[in-house]
Ligand binder design. Structure first.
Ligand SMILES: *Cc1c(COP(=O)(O)O)cnc(C)c1O
Length: 381
C-alpha cells in the first residue's frame, strides 16, 4: 500500500486521533494568508506554466541546497529518471541502489532501461559503502545513494568509490532537504540531487512535485529539456524525446512560500527528536534513530524507531489515539510485479519487520511528544 493509502485507511478505521501522523489542515491554517496570496497572484496574472514563480523557486532552492542549479520537475521519480538519462545511463548498464527505499528509486532505474542492483543498508537505514563496493562490476555505471529519513549517507566513502570506479552519482534526496553531512547538504555531493515535494515530505506542495539540484550545467540543461517535451523553448529546437513533466507554476509559488519557513521547521524537527530521545532513552526494547557521527546533522524527515514488538506497539499506540506509519512493511523485491528477482538483504528485511515511524512534522508539538512517549513507555511496562 502506498503511504497515502495507508493514511486514508487508518483514518477510516481509527476514528479520532489525538496525535495525527500528518496534519495538512493545520499546516495550511498556519500559512493561509501567505499561501493564498501566492496562489491568487498566479491565478490573477495567468501565471500557470513556466513562469517567474518557477524560476524564483528554483533559484531559492539552489541557494538553500548549495548547488549552482535547481530544475523543477513534477515528482521525485521524474527527478531520478531524468538525472539518470542526463548521465547517459541506459540499456546494458547496472545501477546500484539500496533495497530499503521507496519503489520510485528502483522504477527510475528500470524505466531508463538499466538493471537495478540492490544492496543492504547499515544500522542507520542508509547505504553501507562496503556493500556498495562489493556489488560493483564492469557494467556498473551509476550509484543512487538514498538519504533516508533525513540523514545523509556516508558520502565521503561513496564519492571516493564512485571516483575510483568512474560511476555517476545520483542522490535520492527525496527525504533529505535540510540534512547535512560534513557541512554539505544532501543532494549537493554527486552529479545530481533528486528531491520530492510530495505533500508529506518535509517540504511538500499541494500535490506532486520534485526537483533536480546540480553543479553540472549539462545535467541542468538536459533535465530542463526533458521536462518540457525535449524542446528548447527559446529556439524551438527539439533535442530529445522528452516528457511532460514540469513543476507546475502554482506549486512552485506555494513551495517558494514554504521554503522561507523551512529552516525553522528543520530546527523544530531536531528539537522534537531530542525530546523523543530524552523521553525514551531508558526503554531498552526500543532502538532510537540517533546514530554516531559528529559530522551528521540529520533533518528528521521521519522519526523511525525499531522494536521486535512493532505490530503490537503500533496497535497499542492506535488505541491510545496516536497515528503511526510503517515504511515499508514488505521488502520491495518481494512484490512479484516489480520483477526484481531474489535478493538477500538481512538488515533491510529486519527493518521491514521492526521499523515504526512516530509522528514528526512541523505541526507536532512538544506536548504531543510527551503523550506519545508516555504511551510507548506504558506499552513496555
Ligand atoms: C518520496 C520518495 C521518492 C519519490 O518521490 P515522488 O515525488 O513521490 O515521486 C523517491 N525516493 C524516496 C526515498 C522517497 O521517499
Amino acid at each position: 500500500m502506498t503511504q497515502a493509502a495507508t493514511l486514508v485507511k487508518s483514518r477510516l478505521e481509527g476514528g479520532q486521533y489525538r496525535v495525527r501522523f500528518v496534519n495538512p489542515q493545520e499546516h495550511y491554517r498556519r500559512l493561509k494568508a501567505e499561501i493564498d496570496g501566492a496562489i491568487f497572484d498566479c491565478l490573477e496574472n495567468g501565471d500557470l506554466i513556466h513562469r517567474k514563480q518557477l524560476f524564483d523557486f528554483e533559484k531559492n532552492l539552489a541557494a538553500y541546497a548549495g548547488t549552482k542549479y535547481a530544475v523543477g520537475v513534477n515528482s521525485g521519480y521524474h527527478a531520478l529518471l531524468f538525472s539518470l538519462i542526463a548521465k547517459n545511463i541506459g540499456p546494458g548498464d547496472e545501477v546500484i541502489t539500496v533495497g530499503h527505499t521507496f519503489a520510485a528509486t528502483v522504477s527510475a532505474i528500470v524505466h531508463c532501461g538499466a538493471v537495478p542492483i540492490l544492496v543492504d543498508v547499515a544500522k542507520d537505514f542508509n547505504m553501507d559503502p562496503e556493500k556498495l563496493e562489493a556489488a560493483i562490476t564492469s557494467k556498473t555505471k551509476a550509484v543512487i545513494p538514498v538519504h533516508l529519513n533525513g540523514r545523509v549517507c556516508p558520502m565521503d566513502e561513496i564519492m571516493r568509490l564512485a571516483q575510483k570506479h568512474n560511476l555517476a552519482v545520483v542522490e535520492d534526496a527525496a527525504q533529505a532537504l535540510g540534512a547535512i553531512f560534513q557541512g554539505t547538504m544532501g543532494g549537493a555531493f554527486g552529479d545530481a540531487g533528486c528531491f520530492s515535494f510530495y505533500p508529506f515530505k518535509a517540504l511538500g506542495g499541494f500535490g506532486d512535485g520534485g526537483a533536480v539540484t546540480t553543479n553540472d550545467p549539462d545535467v541542468a540543461r538536459i533535465v530542463t529539456l526533458l521536462r518540457y517535451n525535449g524542446e528548447d523553448r527559446d529556439t524551438g529546437e527539439f533535442y530529445y524525446h522528452g516528457q511532460t513533466a514540469l513543476l507546475d507554476n502554482v506549486q512552485a509559488a506555494v513551495l517558494d512560500v514554504k521554503l522561507r519557513h523551512f529552516p525553522f521547521w528543520v530546527a523544530h524537527r531536531r528539537r522534537l527528536a531530542r525530546l523523543y530521545q530524552e523521553d525514551l532513552a531508558d526503554v531498552k526494547e526500543v532502538a532510537l534513530p540517533h546514530f554516531l557521527g559528529q559530522e551528521h546533522q540529520d533533518s528528521y524527515q521521519n522519526y523511525v524507531i525499531r522494536t521486535e514488538r512493532r505490530d503490537d506497539l503500533r496497535s497499542h499506540l492506535k488505541d491510545s489515539g496516536i497515528e503511526t506509519l510503517v515504511s515499508w512493511p514488505t521488502p520491495m523485491w518481494h512484490h512479484k510485479g516489480l520483477n526484481l528477482g531474489p535478493w538477500n538483504l538481512p538488515e533491510t528485511e529486519s527493518i521491514c519487520r521492526e521499523a515504526l515511524s512516530l509522528p514528526m512534522n512541523a505541526e507536532v508539538t512538544e506536548e504531543d511528544v510527551g503523550i506519545i512517549a508516555r504511551a510507548v513507555r506504558d506499552f513496555f511496562n
